[in-house]
Design a protein around this ligand. Structure first.
Ligand SMILES: N[C@@H](CCC(=O)N[C@@H](CS)C(=O)NCC(=O)O)C(=O)O
Length: 199
């Protein structure tokens, strides 16, 4: 398998999951915006995962693929309707709410045709409000919990971790800071961060 990533992006999530699954994989660093990468993902986004002839995109789907391919790592739900729903709900929150909330902050130019710094600052401000809304929600959810879903390690943990890295220092979110700090001590997380050349 080969994971296409750019350092510190949401591709960190499948990278950690591959480590947790003790998978045999290579990595390929990608420069975002490189036209050559459009052959891998026409949308230009990371992550992408190649497994033989299969070329996969979309972090959520890739995480689920890794969890299914390596059941012994126990990163998926437990197969009941309740546990499937619980994990899917948090994956949907991460991929559909929290992750996109960062887009205006990181790429304000995509959200306004006004190219002035003033306009960009306003877009960033709006993005920050959205980020705060979703981090507050997740912080409340994490009270008394060590994992995002199902009271155990799942593919939702590294996905949340990758985004919480963007929201440092998390001082306003004590439960998220606790979760983030515990993930920082995980050997799979440490290995993936090292391979991506980030802290
Ligand atoms: N829906 C996609 C979004 C992936 C995404 O936005 N990745 C970002 C990095 S965190 C990216 O590659 N951005 C570059 C771009 O959109 O051009 C997924 O879940 O995989």
């Amino acid at each position: 398998m080969k994971l296409y990533f750019a350092p510190g992006t949401c591709a960190l999530a499948p990278h950690i999951a591959l480590e947790w699954a003790s998978a045999n994989y290579d990595t390929q660093g990608v420069k975002l915006g490189d036209p050559v990468y459009l052959k891998v993902n026409p949308l230009g986004a990371v992550p992408a995962l190649e497994d033989g002839n299969r070329l996969m995109t979309q972090a959520d789907a890739i995480l689920k693929y890794i969890a299914e391919k390596y059941p012994e790592a126990e990163l998926a739900a437990q197969g009941t309707i309740d546990s499937n729903y619980e994990l899917d709900k948090w994956l949907a929150f991460l991929t559909g709410d929290l992750h996109p909330a960062f887009y205006p902050y990181f790429s304000p130019g995509r959200y306004t045709v006004d190219e002035s710094e003033e306009a960009y600052a306003k877009v960033r401000q709006a993005g920050s409000l959205l980020i705060a809304k979703f981090l507050t929600h997740l912080d409340h959810h994490m009270k008394g919990k060590n994992h995002i879903a199902l009271g155990k390690r799942t593919i939702a943990d590294p996905y949340a971790f990758a985004m919480l890295r963007w929201a440092q220092p998390l001082d306003q979110y004590p439960e998220l800071k606790r979760f983030f700090d515990s993930m920082m001590e995980d050997t799979g997380v440490i290995a993936a961060l090292k391979m991506q050349g980030i802290k």
